[in-house]
Design a protein around this ligand. Sequence first.
Ligand SMILES: Nc1ncnc2c1ncn2[C@@H]1O[C@H](COP(=O)(O)OP(=O)(O)OP(=O)(O)O)[C@@H](O)[C@H]1O
Length: 271
Amino acid sequence: MSEVIALLSQMRWQDVADIALVTFVVYQVILMVRGTRAMHMLLGLGVVLVMLVVSKQLGLYTIGWLINSFLSSLILVVIILFQSDIRRALANIGTGSFFGSNIDHKSTIEEVVRASVNLATRMTGGLIVMERQIGLADYTGSGVDINADVSRDLLVQLFQTSGPLHDGAVVISRDKIEAARCVLPLAASLQLPRHLGTRHRAALGLSQETDAVCIVISEERGRVSLAVSGELKQDLEASALRDHLTQLIGEKQKKPPKWFISRPKSAETSE
Ligand SMILES: Nc1ncnc2c1ncn2[C@@H]1O[C@H](COP(=O)(O)OP(=O)(O)OP(=O)(O)O)[C@@H](O)[C@H]1O
């Protein structure tokens, strides 16, 4: 006991700050990976570490050497395995203010919901991306500038197959239709059921790379889906879509504070 007290009395404020920072980082990492594929990968790495210890204890030199060689490139392995999680976490930290925006997104959400329902009823395909904290300039740059107020009629018009801008995604940023015909990154096809094609893969892909909210209107099935944080919610009715969008975008007071890294979900799909 006295040793502990002696140790504590020797601690500098820098040590306390150091421990607090490490605790915070570890906590954030756990929040980020909890319930995701990354968690399973981390568990896998844990098993490899246990195997290393066991192989040392038992004098299994070859397997020990193999595991050692693998672990020596661990940083590289971690970066490759978790590249999209790391990218999103860094972008999350680096995005502007610590406070939510004061813009009222209610009418934007309503127009998006009405456009989505309208497109679905007409069996017209569409892909609408709503920017959140992470800027989407990389993707709007590939499209055609629009810079117009968000309205159901314009959104529906943009996706008419007879028009020149119907291919690709429409991006909404700060309650404006910023660009159309944008090309998005595709998620791996293995992450989606077979009946879903590139439109859904593009939505899922962008949602894995950024915190954007992607609404997909299926041309084949006339259904609306929502991709957020690498998760696809399929076959949403208007009220469910409105609720999700309001929760994700509309209610600024419900947004987590920016020091709280939002937890990416696994790339599984839910119906
Ligand atoms: N990388 C991309 N970024 C944005 N949009 C894309 C991308 N790739 C394909 N698309 C859009 O997806 C359309 C093709 O959709 P496809 O039929 O393959 O997808 P789907 O997921 O099966 O959807 P649907 O149910 O509407 O057919 C293209 O015409 C294009 O508009």
